[in-house]
Design a binder for this molecule. Structure first.
Ligand SMILES: Cc1cc2nc3c(=O)[nH]c(=O)nc-3n(C[C@H](O)[C@H](O)[C@H](O)COP(=O)(O)OP(=O)(O)OC[C@H]3O[C@@H](n4cnc5c(N)ncnc54)[C@H](O)[C@@H]3O)c2cc1C
Length: 407
């Protein structure tokens, strides 16, 4: 009996039968679509369908390196990501599932005087906006990461670092499944393996979606498809300022404890951390060309490995275990797009999550749920509306990823 109860607790969802109509259809069962469904249900809105062309959480959410942090650059992004990180801190309790959130901190390394100046400015901005973030010198870096190559006179010497202690890593699939289980437990329908092929439009309004199986009517349709967001927007005859680029990452074979924090270098376009299993996760910037192809290649991985070795030469004999890639929906200002679309009633966006969106899901889901239920745009997401591109209010969020310049 006990075993049965335990098994029931860990049964994440059963397949629902898709109805002909819902109040809300969310396209995309990644972390964003599912978080939104969870927060909607918490507000009492449960006539919701989350639909995905593949398996639940099989998009970028399955491929993420799941680093969570709040040390952004702009006055718009810092509070948003700060609040999202706070929601993550007790999400295991809220979802009744151990998400293995490990707040191991984050070091952004400066290899030149101008990089250090940029990081210092960012540290100051962050502290002004209540995000713990400060500069540390070589001695403290060595204490935190004894394996870092601190030799002077290298091409990329380690001069100083921006330290952000509350950052960490989380078990990404647990987050996805936790949100899915919670939303479904409150009545939300989750339908995988069902592609949306078109939107049903009528006189400037979205009325539902066409799928490979049948048409589904809805009062509100949300595009939460990340790397595929432009394809769904095109169904509404909208061109999003988004280019889809692959991001390639890799892990090594397991080694003994070696790095006890997450380390990133914008100059070297690389970041690394060690998992609980001992593998070193290595990631970097997106591939330079837009494509929907998710295959990995030797060229990018060679670049990542060679730049990781510039910081951690002791890893030179460690073998790569596997590599993979996922699609990232990159905006020109490295900031997300959330909210309504002018001219198309009932159509909402939560996309433009690029290489930085996993950490945003709790706050984005919560704010989007508030927008849908109250009709008012929450202050935290006001700066991220699509209209900013029309109004010339772009953000230039330079601390989104190692792909973005930091100074
Ligand atoms: C390799 C990699 C590393 C990353 N590392 C980090 C990190 O360390 N920290 C961080 O914060 N972020 C990171 N990111 C970014 C983060 O993973 C994404 O921003 C986030 O997972 C996006 O979630 P999502 O739910 O919006 O999209 P996704 O998880 O991609 O979900 C979108 C879903 O839409 C579905 N879909 C698409 N088209 C259709 C259709 N026509 N019909 C039905 N369904 C459809 C897809 O199948 C997919 O499941 C990384 C991304 C990658 C690829």
């Amino acid at each position: 009996m006990k075993l049965f109860q335990r098994a029931k607790k860990y049964t994440f969802f059963t397949t629902n039968e898709m109805k002909d109509r819902y109040d809300i259809v969310i396209i995309g069962a990644g972390v964003h679509g599912l978080a939104l469904a969870h927060y909607l249900a918490k507000l009492g809105v449960t006539d919701v369908l989350v639909i995905d062309q593949g398996y639940v959480g099989g998009g970028a959410s399955a491929r993420t390196t799941a680093i969570l942090r709040a040390n952004y650059y702009t006055a718009e992004a810092i509070p948003f990501f700060r609040e999202s990180l706070k929601l993550y801190e007790d999400l295991s309790t809220k979802l009744d599932l151990n998400l293995l959130f490990d707040q191991i901190g984050r070091l952004d390394i400066g290899h030149s005087e101008s990089a250090v100046y940029g990081l210092q400015t960012r540290a100051d901005f962050n502290r002004l906006l209540n995000v713990e973030s400060y500069m540390i010198g070589p001695k403290q870096i060595t204490e935190l990461v004894p394996s870092m190559d601190m030799r002077k006179g290298k091409i990329y010497p380690v001069m100083a670092a921006l330290y952000h202690p509350p950052a960490g890593v989380i078990r990404h699939d647990a987050v996805v499944w936790g949100y899915a289980r919670s939303a479904q437990g409150m009545g939300v329908h989750i339908i995988p393996f069902t592609k949306v092929t078109d939107l049903i439009l009528d006189k400037g309004r979205v009325k539902g979606v066409k799928t490979i199986n049948k048409d589904v009517l809805a009062k509100v349709v949300v595009n939460a498809t990340a790397g595929w967001a432009s394809t769904i927007a095109a169904m509404a005859k909208i061109e999003l300022p988004i280019a889809t680029h692959p991001l390639q990452v890799a892990v090594t074979e397991p080694v003994k404890p070696f790095i006890d924090t997450t380390v990133s270098s914008a100059n070297l376009h690389v970041y690394a951390y060690q998992t609980d299993r001992g593998e070193i996760v290595i990631g970097g910037g997106v591939d330079p060309y837009p494509t929907y192809n998710m295959s990995s290649g030797l060229e990018t991985i060679s670049h990542l490995v060679s730049n990781t070795l510039k910081m951690f030469p002791a890893l030179r004999d460690v073998r790569l275990l596997r590599q993979w890639s996922g699609l990232c929906d990159i905006t020109p200002d490295y900031a997300p797009i959330m909210g309504r679309v002018s001219g198309i009633d009932g159509f909402l966006l939560t996309c433009g999550w690029g290489t930085w969106g996993f950490k945003a899901a709790p706050m984005a889901g919560s704010c989007m749920a508030e927008l849908i239920t109250t009709g008012k745009v929450p202050e935290l997401i006001k700066p991220f509306q699509l209209s900013r591109f029309r109004d010339g209010a772009i953000l230039n969020e330079r601390a989104s990823a190692p792909a973005a310049a930091v100074h």
